[in-house]
Write a protein that binds this ligand. Structure first.
Ligand code: FPP
Length: 222
């Protein structure tokens, strides 16, 4: 694994509060969050970021009101559908989360298809890798990896455990961003953030911009 790669991970929090402050429904906050993400993907791809990993939907998010879940899923379809833009920016799409064919998976077919199509249609790009964590939880990832390791004949080592993660090729995270004044990790990339710097900001995700991105990247140089 090449540790010279720059890996930024984001917990995109505060969409609901951003909307609430404007007297808008929470769904409007998520819509603004998707637009903010598209801007950040463009900005990051023009900087030295090699890997950008974002927490799109957690294993715990399914309990949100149905209409909100449906809206967030629709925004994933929209994001994965931005193929022209992703190709123009040489961005390769990747996904981590509970495998679709495993017990407990709840990802609807239309989201599965959107994920597969985005991965296929951007597979030749050689620039930044955008990994969307969808139906993702770090404990589920690590528990699954541990089960796979124990049931294989491999020796119990960190390297062998890592080989069973959803994407073993993801490099270590250099900086973890969490927006909206929350200073929690929320079951995101617990293995991969071993040595990461953490960038907390009061700004909600829809307001996160390239100035914040630069500040987060600057933390990795200290
Ligand atoms: C947290 O805000 C955000 C989410 C649970 C969903 C993240 C989704 C997006 C940013 C939409 C676009 C992203 C993709 C990958 C399509 P919150 O609802 O917890 O906000 P709150 O804490 O203010 O209520």
């Amino acid at each position: 694994m090449n540790s010279n790669l720059l890996h930024v991970a984001c917990i995109m929090d505060g969409n609901g509060r951003w909307a609430g402050k404007r007297g808008l429904p929470r769904t409007a906050g998520h819509t603004a969050g998707e637009e903010s993400l598209a801007d950040i993907v463009r900005a990051a791809s023009k900087r030295e970021v090699d890997y950008l990993t974002v927490f799109g939907f957690s294993t715990e998010n399914w309990v949100r009101p149905r209409a909100e879940v449906r809206h967030i899923l629709g925004l994933h379809k929209k994001l994965f559908g931005r193929i022209k833009e992703l190709n123009e920016n040489n961005v390769r799409i990747n996904w981590i989360g509970r495998p679709f064919d495993e017990p407990g998976s709840r990802t609807p077919l239309y989201v599965q298809r959107a994920i597969r199509k985005a991965i296929d249609d951007t597979s030749k790009n050689t620039g930044m890798v955008l990994t969307v964590a969808f139906d993702y939880g770090s404990r589920s990832e690590l528990t699954r990896a541990a089960v796979k390791l124990v049931t294989s004949d491999q020796e119990l080592t960190p390297t062998n455990l890592q080989s069973w993660l959803y994407d073993a090729s993801l490099p270590p995270v250099d900086v973890l961003v969490r927006t909206s004044g929350e200073s929690r990790i929320s079951n995101f990339l617990l293995w991969q953030i071993k040595s990461a710097k953490i960038y907390f900001t009061e700004r909600p995700w829809p307001d996160f911009d390239d100035v914040d991105l630069d500040a987060a990247i600057a933390l990795t140089k200290i």
